[in-house]
Design a protein around this ligand. Structure first.
Ligand SMILES: [Zn+2]
Ligand SMILES: [Zn+2]
Length: 183
């Protein structure tokens, strides 16, 4: 395996650690970049963080936003993007699931499973193992505090809706308990 010294970190690394710069057709050789992959990505990141470059980028993005939009509408491009998304989903099913969980519930699937374990795989209020929300509900719901947005726990459908019906109010719930106690 051929090696090359990175001009930034001065480490000798195999060529696979360098991005291809171009292929010199006449000479039939591949030219690699001077910086190794990790140094190059760091450099790029720093470069785009500089305020003057951030500004330039903003202007560029604004100018090209429209072009990009029409380009994205082309059937060929659309089909390719769809294919790529499919391929990505096949390659990284956990990433897709995790981003869905992040978007939908604000936690990763891993976080959810940790919570579930902590609750002994049961609803935090009634202790039901079933989500109780009909056939489409496969998992206990993630219950957020309406005030702080903080996750309180995992609840079955009934308990989750129940809390909402009582407006998350301890006061009202206590009154309901007292009321039930009277009969
Ligand atoms: Zn390097
Ligand atoms: Zn419950």
């Amino acid at each position: 395996m051929e090696k090359k010294i990175c001009s930034e970190c001065k480490e000798e690394k195999s060529l696979t650690e360098f991005n291809l710069h171009h292929v010199h057709v006449k000479e039939g050789v591949s030219k690699y970049r001077g910086l190794c992959k990790s140094c190059e990505s760091k450099w790029k990141h720093d470069f785009y963080q500089r305020p003057e470059n951030k500004e330039k980028r903003k202007v560029y993005n604004l100018r090209h936003a429209k072009k990009r939009k029409t380009w994205k509408q082309k059937p060929k491009v659309k089909a390719k993007a769809r294919e790529y998304a499919k391929e990505y989903a096949r390659k990284y099913p956990e990433r897709i699931q995790n981003s869905y969980w992040k978007r939908r519930f604000g936690i990763t699937l891993h976080d959810y499973q940790e919570l579930l374990k902590k609750q002994n795989f049961r609803c935090a209020i009634c202790g039901s193992e079933k989500p109780n929300g009909g056939p489409r509900m496969k998992k206990l719901a993630v219950d957020h505090s309406k005030k702080s947005g903080e996750i309180r726990g995992l609840l079955c459908f009934n308990c989750n809706v129940g809390l909402g019906a009582f407006k998350d109010s301890r006061d009202i719930l206590q009154k309901a308990v007292d009321y039930l106690g009277r009969y």
